[in-house]
Design a protein around this ligand. Sequence first.
Ligand code: F6P
Length: 342
Amino acid sequence: MKRIGMLTGGGDCPGLNAVIRGIVYAAKAEGWHVIGFKRGWKGILQNHFVELDLKSVADILPRGGTILGTSRTNPYKNDGDAEKVRETIKKNKLDALIAIGGEDTLGAAHKLSKNGMPIIGVPKTIDNDLNATDYTFGYDTALSIATECLDRIRTTAESHERVMVVEIMGRHAGWITLESGIAGGADVVLIPEVSMTVSEICGYLVQQRARGKNFSVVAVSEGFAIKGEELVTAKKEPDAFGHAILGGVGDRLAKLIEKKTGYETRSTVLGHIQRGGSPTAFDRVLGTRFGVKAVQLVKEGLFGHMVSLCGRDIVAVPLAEAVGELKTVPADMYDLAKTFFS
Ligand code: F6P
């Protein structure tokens, strides 16, 4: 009988509970013992865990967030913490540890696995910016929410003949903004991958008014940098992984647009609404398949690997491929969105 542990790290994300449930069901089918560490890497460092059985995962499939809790704890921030992970694995006689997370959690998982720890990764993030998988779970839900919000904002933009700037999550990659912008018919889409001046942005808005459209919806990623200005951040200090804590570019942009064009402009921040609530059917199914496959990888001893969606298949890829570089929006996808700016 094997003993496996799991953790959920980084920002919470719809579909995490589907993964946890998938792991527990698949592991129990093998007759294995499962524990879940609380609050990401923090729980491992403190050896704080709960026993997981079929009863503990009953009815969690449609629930957002994570029953294990999460944190942005970095096991490589303080000297000696990485060795504490090894001690916790040893103390609990774990045959494997499944780390469910995004670039930071899996980056740490990769380093720990290079140091000989039996780790398997599961790719999670609403940003969909992890390489080596077609999709991460959570993205589809966030995209659906952002699209619905753009639809709702549009009615106010139209009624008041305003420019409505909508700030959407996406730290380094603008996937949610790009695809919700396309799906929600945004008039300008601004992503971290492509910087632009306020004059260029206003140029599109003026052009739209000139052809008789008297309102505009601008979809902007929180990580978008206005050309010629500093990146707008919500806090001065970065997080434990050194990332800027973003927020505020929508508001900044709205002020600049109003000043330059004279059009009445408002901004809305979607923020954590995009990460909250029940996952879509797609994310529930993807999360479930990832969880079940992660147990299969433990069975096969494929440590240092991550489960991944490749076309219709769930496969194993080396963690190194997932964490090397982020999957950002390619130029041709952005060009497609730009078709609708004029
Ligand atoms: O990584 C996912 C994400 O939602 C990013 O889009 C965003 O920048 C960040 O997390 C926000 O993190 P927090 O929940 O710590 O504010």
